[in-house]
Structures are given as C-alpha cells and as structure tokens.
Design a protein around this ligand. Structure first.
Ligand code: LLP
Length: 434
C-alpha cells in the first residue's frame, strides 16, 4: 500500500519494522506516528518525477510542521511553503533556509512581512493589491528589496471538497488575471519590489491532472502578456494539491502530474517551484488511538469510543474526510483497499461500528458505520494517512492536551513532540480577579 512504511507483520502493525504496540506502550496514546523512510521516499519520488525541470520543492509547512521533520526535509534539499510568521519561525528553528522559503496567504500582517523581509525569504506570493502596497512600504522602510510572485486566481475548478478549493473566482485566494495585469504594470514603478514570479494553487487534493494543465495554460498566457509589457517572469510556482489515496485505490502519481505539465513547463522554460504537502506527508503518518469503551445501544448500534478525538484529528468532522482505520492487531493484516461504502472489506469477520472520540460533539466521529474486525476495550486502532493535516490542525478543545508525535527512523522511534500536560493547557493564562 501507499503507506508502505506501515505494514502488518505476524498479525500486528509495524512502522518501519517496529511494532506499533510497543511504541504506543512506551509513548502512550493518542499518538501521531511518522515513518521517516516513507517521508523521504515519497519526497524523492516526487522530486524524481519532476527532475527534468529541476524544481525547488517547497514543502508545505501547514501539512506537517514539527521542527524535527522540517529539519529532515531541509536536509533533503527542501525549501518551504509558509502561510504565517509562525510557520517562518518554525522553518528558522528547524534550520531551514529562508532563501528557499515562499510566503503565501491572503492576510499577511505588517509584522509578518517585516519578519520575512528581515530574513530574506525567497519570494512573497502576493494575494492582493493592498498586500503589494504594504510589502513595498515595509521594504522601503527597511531599505531592502522584496522579490514577489503574484498569486493568480485562474478560475479553474479543481473538483476538490468545497472547503479546500482555492482557485475559483469566488474563492478568497489570489488575484484574477485582469487585476493581476494592472498590478504587475503598477509594480514596475516600485524600486523596492521586484515581480519575478507567478503562483497558482488550485486546491487540495486534486485527483486529476487536467486542472494543473488548465492553470498552467492560463499562467503561460498571462506570462506572455506581461512580456509584452516588458515584465519578465522568471519563476512559475504551481503550488500543491497533488493527491494520494485515502482508500488505497490507484490514483495519479507525481509522474502523471509531471507528464501533464511538461509541455507547458518546457515551453516557458522558467524556474519552477512546487509546494507539495499532503502527497508526501499524509501516507507517512498514522494516528494511533486506544479503545476506551464499547457501547451498544438498544437498537443494536455499536460505538467504539477511542481516546483520540476530533481535537486531534479534525478532518473527518470538518470535511467528512475518509481515513482507513484498522486494529493494530489483526491476524489477517489489513485489506489494501477500503472504500467508504465497503460492507465487509477484506472478507473476514467484521462488525459495523461508529468510531468516535470523547469530545462533546456529535461530529466527533472518525468513522461512521465502518466495518472493522471486532475491537475490545484496550485495543489499539490505527487511523491511516494522517501524516498531513493531522497534528497541525489539532487543538485543545474540551480541555484535551495535544497528542505526542513520534518519528521512527533507522535507530527506532524518537519522541519529536511530547504529549501536552494539563499545565500546558493553562500556562499562558493569568489567574486574575477583575
Ligand atoms: N501551497 C499553498 C499555497 C496551499 O495553500 C497549500 C494547502 C499547499 C501548497 C499544500 O497543499 P497540499 O499539497 O498539501 O494539498 N486542511 C485541508 C487541506 C488544506 C490545504 C490548504 N492549502 C485538509 O485536511 O484536507
């Protein structure tokens, strides 16, 4: 399976050769567990697919942001895609290079812009005229030069979940081509801001290569129009959105995207930036939870109540996202493909349950009517493909300390974020009488 760092051996799930149950016993649950080998292998495969274009790969920090992992990605040659001053801080802490870091986001504040300019980030992906003016003012004040790309909203439908689509005209992201053209011409007058790039990010995940081709075609045409105005664009950034398979079914891999984009890229011959997050990180992480209770209603519906919840893994509650879930002990292993509507994946003994967490919300449900082998109190469950947008979207809702993060490398598991304590929940607060 795509999550091949995670395999069933002798009836139990292993991460890079280590039994997950041993790691869970040592570090406790709920636990985000990552496979270093999988992360690096997927990154290498992504890079290889685009090797003809020698891209700068800016790993998307919002997908998986632990500083040990960012350090590893930087060591593997990555730059970073950031969306806030906080993410830049993470990159710096991790020893990543600001000169390989691109800064996107519709709402960059003055302090964030100043922070990024002082550290000389590679490029700002500018998302409005107002932001361009602010970057110019701050750069003038600091007496430095800002290299920028315009994030274009190409009005391409990437057919993603409505909450994760970004490249349609009704979305808040980017600048429509007509306005971008006016802004580009205006920017020529600025000495402290140099327009070098065009950026597009269409949404996430995108299961088809066509939206990229369309986005690229619009960028290429726009670049031609700018050239007529004497504006030379030397960098094209195609963003992220490259899919992976949450069900285990076959989906387009990096080679398909690269092949679809090759003609457009070859014709332009610019420098290329890509910002993958999910494709690299999701299959490299598993969220491990322990069953606290089983509860069967009078109607015969069974809830498996786990110690992990929507505060740890928000995707199912927020998007209705599907993640494969299977017990960590399973004599027959796990079927490669599990679809949302599968009544009996793998064909073995299963029961239909709702897998829920302790949070006081009915939406705290990680899987509904899901057929899995029977689990009892104390049994471990693995929630797959949670390396991206898992821990980074977690919160303390319901007074729940954030989970631990463990990375398995060649020398076994390493704790890369300790589990939060109760004290962590209140440490920034003041106990004042007002
Ligand atoms: N570049 C930009 C400008 C982005 O906004 C994003 C993601 C990426 C790159 C990385 O996209 P990826 O390669 O990971 O698809 N929380 C949602 C995903 C939100 C994505 C936001 N932007 C989820 O859990 O599905």
């Amino acid at each position: 399976m795509e999550t091949s760092g995670f395999r069933y051996l002798d009836g139990q799930l292993h991460c890079d050769g280590m039994p997950v149950s041993e790691i869970a016993d040592e570090y406790g649950t709920p636990l985000f567990l990552y496979s270093k080998e999988t992360l690096l292998r997927r990154l290498a495969a992504f890079r290889e697919a685009f090797s003809d274009h020698d891209p700068l790969i800016c790993f998307s920090v919002k997908s998986l942001a632990n500083i040990s992992i960012l350090r590893m990605m930087a060591g593997a040659g990555c730059g970073f895609d950031i969306v806030s001053g906080g993410e830049l801080y993470r990159v710096l802490q991790a020893g990543g290079q600001p000169s390989k870091t691109v800064f996107a986001g519709v709402g960059k504040s003055r302090p964030e812009i100043e922070f990024a300019l002082r550290h000389n980030v590679h490029m700002f992906n500018v998302e409005s005229e107002s932001e361009m003016r602010l970057i110019r003012r701050v750069a003038d004040e600091l007496g430095c030069r800002a290299d920028v790309a315009i994030r274009v909203n190409p009005d391409v439908d990437a057919q993603t979940h409505e909450k994760t689509t970004t490249g349609k005209k009704e979305n808040k992201f980017g600048i429509d081509i007509g306005s971008a053209r006016r802004l580009a011409i205006e920017t020529k007058e600025f000495s402290s801001v140099v327009l070098r790039g065009l950026h597009v990010h269409l949404g996430s995940p995108i299961y088809d290569t066509t939206p990229y081709e369309r986005g690229l075609a619009k960028i290429a045409e726009f670049r031609g129009q700018l050239a007529e105005e004497g504006i030379e664009i030397d960098t094209v950034n195609l963003g992220g959105g490259y899919c992976m398979s949450y069900t285990g079914e076959q989906v387009p891999g990096p080679a398909s995207y690269a092949e679809a984009m090759a003609p457009g890229l070859n014709e332009m011959g610019t420098d290329l930036i890509l910002e993958p997050g999910r494709h690299v990180a999701a299959p490299a992480g598993v969220f491990i939870v322990r069953t606290l209770h089983r509860k069967t209603t009078g109607d015969g519906k069974t809830f498996v109540i786990a110690d992990g919840a929507m505060n740890d893994l928000l995707r199912p509650a927020l998007y209705g996202a599907f993640h494969r879930i299977w017990p960590a002990y399973s004599s027959d292993g796990m079927p490669e493909v599990v679809r949302p509507d599968d009544d009996n994946p793998g064909g073995g003994d299963t029961e239909k349950v709702d897998i829920v967490g302790p949070v006081c919300e009915s939406s705290d449900c990680m899987a509904k009517d899901r057929a899995i082998p029977r689990v009892n109190e104390g049994d471990l469950l693995a929630i797959f493909d949670t390396g991206a947008y898992g821990y980074t979207m977690s919160s303390n809702y319901n007074g729940r300390p954030r989970a631990a993060e463990v990375l398995v490398g060649a020398n076994g598991p390493v704790l890369i974020a300790r589990r939060e304590t109760y004290n962590d929940l209140v440490v920034r607060e003041e106990l004042t009488a007002i």
